[in-house]
Ligand binder design. Structure first.
Ligand SMILES: NC(=O)c1ccc[n+]([C@@H]2O[C@H](COP(=O)([O-])OP(=O)(O)OC[C@H]3O[C@@H](n4cnc5c(N)ncnc54)[C@H](OP(=O)(O)O)[C@@H]3O)[C@@H](O)[C@H]2O)c1
Length: 344
């Protein structure tokens, strides 16, 4: 590819802004437009919105059609919300403009079992307009699914896969800390979970479904336990939130995939301010047994920015349709000029 890869940002919140700042430093890519609906962003220069320290000459707009028509990007980097129902119309509009998509929407990472109708509709629409759509990120997207799938490659037999992620949320972005209930009382946490004001972690179901699909395991069921609060045993704090003893520091959650009434995929997710040991671990009970541990755990935001940007050439090179991480070539980093990795 001789010209730069042209990118439109769709969503310039915390993650979109981090991605933008990272892309500004990369060779072979060009941010050509930015879309967002937030009142405090629309009409402003992108450089100001993302904290780049300089003007970029790109005005954040809430008019998706006008931005895509004018800028004709190769790909939209989509970072708005976590749920398929909400992102479907956003993605459909981008697709209809013939633009590829890489998105951080958690439910998009493997929507074929949790939102089958929307997934099939997106796949059909993407094929019609000859574009590729991918949902990815660090989790879901890598640590609790793609990485575990790759680790099954040297196995002759697998009885069970267990994946654990434990992280100290103090170093994560504020929307994430809020999403896990940090700073709330136990009653507030329960009420906000009940009314879905906070969602807990989104993506465990999709990670299990992606692993099962890669192994051609037909699961009887995927069960996601309700998230439970992790209560601070002493004062813990992040830059933004202070959590006194007895208040909620974050959450823990478990999810299971069962086959022939046996638990064959188990995920354990813990994110709270003050976690002392942070790690990512995958245990495969099989032949041979596999145990892999990353310690400390991969930083969620840094990893997400990288996963999204590193996926761009693979999305551009892929056949049209709604793809998932397990369908693309082995994930790898884009450390050189991005054009080196694009095949057209
Ligand atoms: N897969 C992963 O590993 C992973 C990792 C990190 C984040 N994520 C997900 O990525 C998403 C973005 O995270 P974030 O922290 O950046 O959230 P955020 O700070 O809330 O940013 C989202 C931005 O998108 C805007 N937006 C919402 N709906 C829109 C629409 N229809 N059109 C255009 N813009 C719209 C929001 O505006 P308003 O504020 O006005 O709504 C906001 O400015 C979240 O769903 C998060 O859970 C996934």
């Amino acid at each position: 590819m001789t010209r730069n890869v042209r990118i439109v940002l769709y969503g310039v919140g915390v993650i979109g802004s981090m991605i933008a700042r990272f892309l500004l430093e990369k060779k072979g890519v060009e941010i050509v437009g930015a879309i967002d609906v937030a009142n405090d962003k629309v009409g402003k220069d992108l450089g100001e919105v993302i904290g780049a320290g300089k003007r970029l000459g790109i005005t954040v707009s809430d008019d998706t059609g006008a931005v895509l028509d004018k800028t004709k990007p190769d790909i939209a980097v989509h970072t708005t919300t976590s749920f398929m129902e909400k992102v479907y119309p956003q993605l459909a509009e981008i697709i209809k403009h013939g633009v590829n998509i890489v998105s951080t929407c958690e439910e998009l990472s493997y929507p074929y079992s949790s939102s089958p109708k929307l997934a099939q509709a997106l796949d059909k629409l993407a094929k019609k307009h000859d574009v590729t759509v991918l949902g990815t990120g660090i989790n879901p997207g890598f640590l609790m699914d793609t990485l575990a799938i790759a680790l099954t490659a040297p196995c002759q037999k697998i009885d069970r896969i267990k994946i654990t992620r434990v992280m100290n949320a103090a170093t994560r972005r504020v929307p994430f800390q809020k999403k896990i209930g940090a700073g709330l009382s136990i009653e507030e946490f329960k009420e906000k979970m009940r009314t879905k004001v906070i969602s807990g972690h989104v993506g465990l179901e999709q990670s299990i479904a992606m692993i099962a699909s890669a192994l051609a395991w037909k699961l009887d069921a995927i069960r996601i336990d309700a998230a439970e609060p992790v209560v601070a045993e002493k004062l813990v704090r992040s830059d933004a939130i202070s959590v006194p003893t007895g208040m909620v520091a974050g959450l823990k959650q478990r999810a299971y995939g069962t086959r022939n009434n046996h638990e064959v995929i188990s995920l354990k997710f813990q994110a709270y301010i003050g976690a002392e040991e942070e790690y990512d671990a995958v245990t495969i009970e099989g032949v041979p047994p596999i145990y892999e541990k990353i310690s400390p755990c991969v930083h969620g935001d840094v990893g997400t920015i990288a996963m999204v940007c590193n996926a761009i050439p693979k999305v551009l090179n892929a056949d049209a349709g709604l793809v998932t991480m397990k369908d693309l070539p082995v994930p790898s980093a884009v450390v050189e000029d991005m054009r080196e990795y694009v095949k057209f």
